[in-house]
Write a protein of this length. Structure first.
Length: 241
């Protein structure tokens, strides 16, 4: 518990045996629940996470967004914190981020990796792609967003009921921010964090994922009509054995 709030940390993982160990060993004791969503990792990610006390949920269908949809359905906390299993986001800063979130009046706060605090922590191609996608999203939604691709968010779980989350892929990250910033009942802000080099092997395919995320921004802005779809997520998300 943190100031009377029950906290759940959700971590999507695909072959992150190196990083997940580091992340889980640094989770502060005030976190009530840690959920690791695994999409059939072929290494010992799931075994390590289970041994270290996380609740491992297996999702049969691949995808970053898909993993989040499934993990979020199981989250019991009233505040949810997300991060990668590669130890690139600052687990040690959770209390600082929570204090900031609780004293703000927004439903979702995203941890921005910009401005870069550690030189070389983000590959140049990723940096250019992230800045470009953030710029496009800012223009499309008339709202300055520094880091549309950050994977670390703190939000009230209730906010999910007001969201229409469709992406099963990497675009889930930009989509959850769009849902928050374009809904005055939720509200959105960013806070700068220190980002580090990832542990383990890269999963991101910068060109392919970047292109998909760019197309998704336009589809989301011009073609998807807003509906409350939390129920749809419930029906669609399949939890594997
Ligand atoms: N469960 C699940 N997790 C995934 C999938 N793809 C990526 N992830 C996890 O989602 C998190 C973010 O993916 P990353 O590969 O770190 O993406 P990124 O942070 O944009 O890129 P890097 O700079 O390489 O870290 C990591 O913890 C991955 O293991 C997937 O298909 N299923
Ligand atoms: Mg990462």
């Amino acid at each position: 518990m943190y100031r009377d709030h029950k906290l759940t940390v959700v971590i999507p993982c695909l072959n992150e045996e190196e990083g997940i160990q580091k992340v889980l060993s640094r989770i502060p004791s005030f976190v009530d629940e840690v959920i690791v969503v695994d999409n059939g990792s072929t290494d010992s990610t799931a075994a390590i996470a289970e041994k270290m006390g996380a609740r491992v949920i297996r999702e049969a269908v691949r995808g970053y967004g898909r993993a989040y949809k499934t993990g979020l359905l199981h989250a019991q906390g009233d505040i949810v914190i997300t991060l990668d299993g590669d130890h690139s986001y600052p687990v040690d800063s959770l209390s600082y981020l929570l204090e900031n979130f609780l004293s703000s009046n927004v439903g979702l706060m995203s941890a921005s990796r910009f401005p870069i605090q550690q030189a070389g922590s983000m590959a140049t191609t990723n940096l250019i792609g992230n800045k470009f996608l953030s710029f496009v999203m800012s223009v499309l939604y008339f709202r300055w967003v520094r880091d549309s691709q950050s994977g670390m968010w703190i939000f009230c779980k209730d906010a999910l009921q007001k969201m229409d989350l469709r992406s099963d892929g990497m675009a889930f990250s930009e989509e959850i921010k769009i849902e928050a910033l374009s809904n005055s009942e939720i509200g959105f802000k960013e806070i700068s964090i220190s980002y580090s080099n990832r542990a383990g092997e890269k999963k991101l395919k910068p060109l392919k994922d970047g292109w998909h995320n760019l197309l998704f921004l336009f589809k989301k802005r011009f073609f998807y009509r807003r509906k409350k779809r939390s129920v749809k997520i419930t029906k669609e998300a399949a939890v594997g054995p």
